[in-house]
Design a protein around this ligand. Structure first.
Ligand code: DQA
Length: 149
């Protein structure tokens, strides 16, 4: 069974209350529950992690290598636009990863247009709201299956 990991960055613990016009009304707990159901349907295990701290996200990525995670889905939130440390952590573990955003970052303020992860991600899903998480789980299961064969 392939193990998938979803990592959510700062302020995503406030989904549901945080700027619902931009990020939707689903809570992170609801989104994670849907992802677990989709992963189960696809025969994958799924862990979900959220932190507001950059160093904790770096540590969780390192832990993923020790756990043999097959694919990481990451919504780095604001760290997308600032974090060389998270980029380097993902490169250091060589686990394929999908960059994910609820909003279409390219259609927002200019400071959100640049991502430190986009050029090293397998792909990016952005702008579809909470359903993007389910799309990402499906894509991650596919990547994990391909990498096994
Ligand atoms: C976000 C987009 C980021 O620019 C922002 O800082 C977030 C959420 C998204 O999911 O749309 O916190 O990653």
């Amino acid at each position: 069974m392939s193990n998938l990991l979803i990592i959510n960055g700062p302020n995503l613990n406030r989904l549901g209350e945080r700027e619902p016009g931009t990020y939707g009304t689903s809570t992170l707990v609801q989104i994670e529950a849907r992802c677990r159901r989709v992963a189960e349907e696809l025969g994958c295990g799924l862990d979900a992690y959220q932190s507001n701290a950059e160093h904790e996200i770096v540590e969780r990525i390192h832990q993923a290598a020790r756990d043999g995670v097959a694919c990481i889905i990451i919504n780095p939130a604001a760290f997308t636009h600032t974090s060389v440390a998270i980029r380097d952590a993902l490169l250091s573990v060589t686990i394929p990863f999908i960059e994910l955003h609820l909003s279409n970052t390219k259609a927002r303020e200019p400071f959100r247009h640049h991502s430190y992860l986009a050029d090293v991600a397998r792909g990016t899903i952005a702008g579809f709201g909470p359903i993007g998480y389910e799309l990402a789980v499906r894509a991650a299961a596919d990547i994990a299956a391909d990498d096994r064969s």
